[in-house]
Design a protein around this ligand. Structure first.
Ligand code: NAD
Ligand code: UDP
Length: 310
């Protein structure tokens, strides 16, 4: 049983993580400034063992009392936010990571960084192993997110080497599930909401670009497996079944029974053309494996959205 600080605890992944920690008996202090999160995501968690503090972690961070683990998930994560709030993204990846590492150092706590497959940019190596250094445009619109996360990884490893902080770094691949925002802007939420409303499904480009989609329960199980391991280097956690975006759109139509038409819009700048995790390390070092495949995960997520967007 541990006392765990979760930044971004009112967000999509953060709220699932808080619940999983509480379920295994940990005490949770969630910090969130609600820029993309919501109290609705965590309202059922309030009670014994759970505390919420509305706070911007890009400013000074302090939590009174003992802290065993700091898990830094705070960051807007949708490409639509890269254009809308770029400075906040750079700040929470840079200053927020530094501040939360400082908290972990002061408390003697383990530190867990939520990084991303975006550190690989538009990858020239496929699938992506953790050893791949990536292909990132630092000055493009996605650079605010990609470079903030690359900086966050560098800062985390510097605290590990220089200060001896016990660190974990997860590189998260496209994760979806209940409690995504309907207007989040990512492909899975956009397509499901559009299909349920009978609106056109917006495929960017020709739909030939690929992603490998992970159901949230698998992702959170992977977080905990990594947290409880002794692995200090970055680990990919994702699903290695790869789909084109056009295939995702067709599957969404099947799962929802929708007759929405498919429309094509311009491909965003620097949109990665392919993405799929090499899971060798996750499998061998953590004994972790994704179990929920895309159709089943979309059915569960569709059930969540259908009660909220119709
Ligand atoms: P989200 O937007 O739902 O959650 C992020 C949370 O962080 C929100 O509640 C937001 O209000 C909070 N936040 C942002 N800036 C903050 C700040 N300065 N101070 C305090 N709180 C702040 O997004 P998510 O999908 O749950 O992503 C969570 C983490 O996982 C992020 O670090 C993201 O980069 C990473 N990630 C997610 C995915 C994915 O597919 N969902 C993929 C790769 C990486
Ligand atoms: N995408 C799309 N239509 C949408 C939203 C996204 O075709 O309405 C595409 C997007 O261009 C990208 C893929 O779907 O190629 C995944 O986008 P998402 O925003 O979910 O995640 P990311 O680009 O960060 O992997």
């Amino acid at each position: 049983m541990a006392r765990v600080v979760v930044t971004g605890g009112a967000g999509f992944l953060g709220s699932h993580l808080c619940r999983a920690l509480l379920e295994r008996g940990d005490e949770v202090v969630a910090l969130d400034n609600l820029i993309t999160g919501s109290i609705t995501n965590i309202e059922e968690l309030f009670g014994a063992g759970f505390t919420f503090v509305e706070h911007d972690v890009s400013t000074h961070v302090w939590v009174p009392g003992p802290v065993d683990v700091v898990m830094h998930l705070a960051s807007p994560a949708s490409p639509v936010d890269f254009e809308r709030i770029p400075i906040q993204i750079l700040k929470v990846g840079g200053l927020g990571t530094h501040n939360t590492l400082g908290l972990a150092l002061a408390k003697g706590a383990r530190y867990f960084l939520a990084s991303t497959s975006e550190v690989y940019g538009d990858p020239l190596v496929h699938p992506q192993p953790e050893e791949y250094w990536g292909n990132v445009n630092p000055i493009g619109p996605r650079g605010v997110y990609d470079e903030a996360k690359r900086y966050a990884e560098a800062m985390t490893m510097a605290y590990h080497r220089h200060h001896g902080v016990d660190v974990r770094i997860v590189r998260i691949f496209n994760t979806y599930g209940p409690r995504m925002r309907p207007d989040d802007g990512r492909a899975v939420s956009n397509f499901l909401v559009q299909a349920l409303r009978g609106e056109p499904i917006t495929i960017f480009g020709d739909g030939g670009q690929t992603r490998s989609f992970t159901y949230v329960d698998d992702e959170i199980r992977g977080f905990l497996a990594l947290l409880d391991s002794d692995v200090n280097t970055p680990i990919n956690i994702g699903n290695d079944n790869e789909f084109t975006i056009a295939q995702l759109a067709e599957l969404v139509l099947e799962v929802t029974g929708s007759t929405s038409e498919l429309v094509h819009l311009p491909l965003p700048v620097d949109d990665p053309m392919q993405r799929k995790p090499d899971l060798t390390k996750a499998r061998t070092l953590l004994g972790w494996e994704p179990t929920v495949q895309l159709r089943e995960g979309l059915e569960r997520t569709s059930a969540y959205f259908s009660s909220r967007v119709l």
